[in-house]
Design a protein around this ligand. Structure first.
Ligand SMILES: C[S@@+](CC[C@H](N)C(=O)[O-])C[C@H]1O[C@@H](n2cnc3c(N)ncnc32)[C@H](O)[C@@H]1O
Length: 353
C-alpha cells in the first residue's frame, strides 16, 4: 500500500516537474533567436516525441531504482513552489542578457572583469553564455534552474543514477570510516541526495567557485558530516589516498584536454587502493547515434568550448593512463555513467598515481 502511494506521489511530482521545466524550455526557445542550423544537421536532429519518450524511460528507471531500494524518493519531491517561482522569474529576467551574449558570441565578459584574479584562464569564461560565468551569487542561484530547463526537468534524475553504483559500493564497504569526495560539486544537488540516503557518510564537497560552494553549504545545511573546500580539481589540497569514493558530475566536458588529464591524475592520487571513481557526464559521440546531431549543436548554442573534444575522448584510456581501471558504463538519457577503480596493487612499470 505504502509503495503504491509512493509510486503515485513520484509519478505526480515528476509529471508536474517535467511540465514546469519543459514549459519553460519552450518559452525560452520562443523568446530566443532561432539558430540557423545547417540543413544536414537539422535533418539529423531527434524530434521532440523521441526526447520525451526517452525522458519517460529515464523516470521509469529512476522509479525502479527507488522501488529496488537503491535510493530513497528524491529529497525535494514535494518542493515549496515559491523559490521555484522566484528562480523562474530571475531566469526569464536574465534571458535577454544570455541571448545578447549568444548573438554577439561573447564568452569573455567574466574574463574582462576578472582577468587579474587567481582563477585559471579557461575557467574565466561565460560557460553556457551564463551571466557572471561561475563567479557570482546570482549565477549560483540560477544555475540549477538553467540546467533543469536545458534538460526538460531530467537533470536531477540523471544525477541520481550515480546513487546506484554508490549503493553497491557502500554495501560492500559500510559507512564507518568511508570517505566520499564530490569534485566540482556545484550547488550540492548530488550531495543532497547522498546525505538524504546516507546521513552518516563523511562527505567532502570541492568546487573552484566560492559562490557555488556557499550555495552547496546552504543546501546541505540540514545534514552534518560534510566538509567544503574551494580549490581547483587539478590541485586538490588533500593528502594522497584520502578517499574511498570520488564522484565527478558534469565537470569533465568543461575542462580543456590538458586539465582533464591533470584531474584524472588527481583522482587516482586521492583514491585509496581499491577505491571507486564514479563519473557522470555528457553522452559521447556514437553512444546514441540518434543524438549525435544534438551533441554537435550543443556547444554552438551554449558556449561549451571543450565539449566537442570531450565527446571524442576515450574515457577508458584517459583514466587508464592515470592508473584507474574501467569497470563499466551505461547511458542515462543525455548522460553517461562510467565507473572506474584504483587497483589494490599497481601494475609493474605503471606510473604511480
Ligand atoms: C557544469 S557544473 C556541474 C556542477 C555539479 N557537479 C552538478 O551536478 O550540477 C561544473 C562545475 O565545475 C566547477 N569547476 C569547473 N572547473 C573546475 C575546476 N578546475 N576545479 C574545481 N571545480 C571546477 C564549476 O565551478 C561548476 O560548479
Amino acid at each position: 500500500m505504502a509503495a503504491r502511494l509512493d509510486k503515485m506521489l513520484y509519478g505526480a511530482a515528476q509529471g508536474l516537474r517535467v511540465s514546469w521545466y519543459w514549459g519553460q524550455k519552450l518559452l525560452a526557445a520562443a523568446a530566443s533567436e532561432p539558430e540557423a542550423l545547417p540543413e544536414e544537421l537539422r535533418r539529423r536532429m531527434p524530434d521532440r516525441a523521441r526526447l520525451i519518450r526517452d525522458l519517460r524511460r529515464l523516470l521509469e528507471r529512476d522509479w525502479r531504482n527507488i522501488e529496488a531500494g537503491y535510493y530513497r524518493l528524491p529529497v525535494d519531491l514535494i518542493a515549496n513552489p515559491l523559490p521555484r517561482l522566484r528562480r523562474s522569474r530571475l531566469f526569464f529576467a536574465d534571458l535577454r542578457r544570455v541571448e545578447a551574449r549568444r548573438r554577439a558570441g561573447d564568452n569573455s565578459e567574466i574574463f574582462r572583469s576578472l582577468r587579474h584574479s587567481p582563477y585559471p584562464r579557461y575557467y574565466l569564461q561565460n560557460f553556457h553564455f551564463q551571466t557572471d560565468g561561475y563567479l557570482s551569487r546570482r549565477s549560483a542561484e540560477l544555475y540549477d534552474h538553467q540546467v533543469e530547463v536545458l534538460f526538460g526537468g531530467a537533470a536531477d534524475a540523471m544525477r541520481r543514477q550515480v546513487l546506484v553504483p554508490l549503493h553497491h559500493e557502500l554495501r560492500q564497504r559500510g559507512l564507518d570510516g568511508t570517505r566520499l569526495l564530490d569534485i566540482a560539486c556545484g550547488t550540492g544537488r548530488f550531495l543532497r541526495e547522498v546525505k538524504n540516503n546516507y546521513p552518516r557518510l563523511a562527505a567532502t564537497a570541492l568546487d573552484l567557485s566560492p559562490f557555488y560552494l556557499a550555495a552547496a553549504k546552504h543546501n546541505l545545511a540540514p545534514w552534518s558530516g560534510v566538509g567544503f573546500v574551494a580549490a581547483p580539481a587539478e590541485a586538490a589540497p588533500f593528502a594522497s589516498a584520502r578517499f574511498d569514493i570520488i564522484t565527478a558530475i558534469y565537470l569533465f566536458h568543461e575542462l580543456p584536454a590538458k586539465q582533464r588529464r591533470l584531474v584524472a591524475g588527481e583522482i587516482a592520487r586521492l583514491l585509496k587502493p581499491g577505491g571507486l571513481f564514479i563519473l557522470l557526464d555528457s553522452l559521447q559521440r556514437g553512444d546514441e547515434p540518434e543524438y549525435d546531431a544534438l551533441i554537435e549543436q550543443f556547444p554552438r548554442r551554449f558556449h561549451e568550448p571543450y565539449f566537442a573534444d570531450y565527446v571524442r575522448e576515450d574515457l577508458a584510456a584517459l583514466f587508464g593512463s592515470a592508473g584507474l581501471r574501467a569497470e563499466g558504463s551505461e547511458l542515462a538519457y543525455f548522460s553517461k555513467l562510467a565507473v572506474f577503480r584504483k587497483p589494490l596493487r599497481q601494475k609493474r612499470g605503471a606510473r604511480p598515481a
